[in-house]
Design a protein around this ligand. Structure first.
Ligand code: NAD
Length: 264
């Protein structure tokens, strides 16, 4: 076995694997030998991610899943196990920015949409993976954010930040609970990463009334003076998926080029 292929023989489920961080992680995991099941909304982009992995000699397939739908999440994870015979790693990553608005202008439906996709979606991916992961142990990584944990300056993102803080609390509960099954659970907290997430952002015009102007003339990311790449985050996901992180569980890891220390 090529020891550089750190996921050889392993099976991974990646939610939101059709774009951005999820797609880069799916590609990286497959490059390291994992067979990958992508759960994403039935989009052209998810099919392209599958195609990219196959073109490079990897193995992947897509299941059309809305992560907020319990039956579809359970079914999607079941498809992965049916096709590949096991489950080793779950990347609970799908998420949206959702509606950004002052709290008094944010509708209950907009609140629910963000919390349901980001937080309930995480719970469902973890819940339905447990029966499979506990067979031989495994790893779960949840994509949280600097927002809601170290920084609170994404104005209007009260629902988003709450979902991201909730994911870290949930991760810690799950890490303790699932240790008995040798399932490790960690969260990653990216800063600004160049992806398509802005397409899921809707800004309310009333935002102007709550914004506090903050300007860093030399950029908000001290390390690289710009957003990180999805591929940089994928390297961390691979590490947390692989046995190289065998003693790491219950931890939130920041990947932001020190952005959150400046913004905190
Ligand atoms: P992205 O929009 O490029 O990718 C998100 C993927 O999730 C898309 O393929 C989308 O179709 C999928 N998705 C969204 N809602 C879904 C649903 N209900 N069911 C199934 N799939 C769904 O965005 P990204 O930046 O790669 O976001 C991935 C994660 O990273 C999110 O949880 C986000 O909160 C987090 N994050 C992103 C940044 C950033 O700057 N990009 C920073 C911190 C955290």
């Amino acid at each position: 076995m090529d020891s550089n292929r750190r996921m050889e023989g392993k099976v991974a489920v990646v939610t939101g694997g059709g774009s951005g961080i999820g797609r880069a992680a799916a590609v990286r995991l497959a490059q390291h030998g994992a067979r990958v099941c992508i759960l994403d909304l039935g989009e052209k982009r998810a099919a392209e991610a599958e195609e990219e992995i196959r073109a490079a000699g990897g193995d992947a397939f897509v299941v059309d899943v809305d992560v907020s739908d319990p039956a579809r999440v359970e079914g999607g994870i079941g498809e992965a196990v049916k096709r590949y015979g096991r489950l080793d790693f779950v990347f609970a990553n799908a998420g949206i920015n959702g509606k950004l608005a002052p709290i008094e202008d944010l509708s209950p439906d907009d609140w629910d949409n963000t919390i349901t996709t980001n937080l309930k979606g995480t719970f469902l991916a973890v819940k339905y993976a447990i029966p499979h992961l506990r067979q031989e142990g495994g790893s779960i990584t949840i994509t949280s954010s600097i927002n809601g944990n170290r920084t609170f300056s994404m104005f209007g993102a009260s629902a988003y930040s709450t979902s991201k803080a909730g994911q870290v609390a949930f991760m810690q509960m799950a890490a303790l609970e699932l240790a008995r099954y040798k399932i490790r659970v960690n969260a990653i907290c990216p800063g600004a990463i160049a992806t398509n997430i802005d397409q899921t952002t809707s800004k309310d015009p009333m935002l102007k009334k709550i914004e506090i102007p903050v300007h860093y003339p030399e950029g908000a990311q001290p390390l690289e003076r710009g957003p990180g790449s999805a591929e940089q985050v994928a390297d961390l996901v691979l590490f947390l998926a692989s046995d190289e992180s065998s003693h790491i569980t219950g931890t939130a890891i920041y990947i932001d080029g020190a952005e959150s220390l400046l913004h905190g």
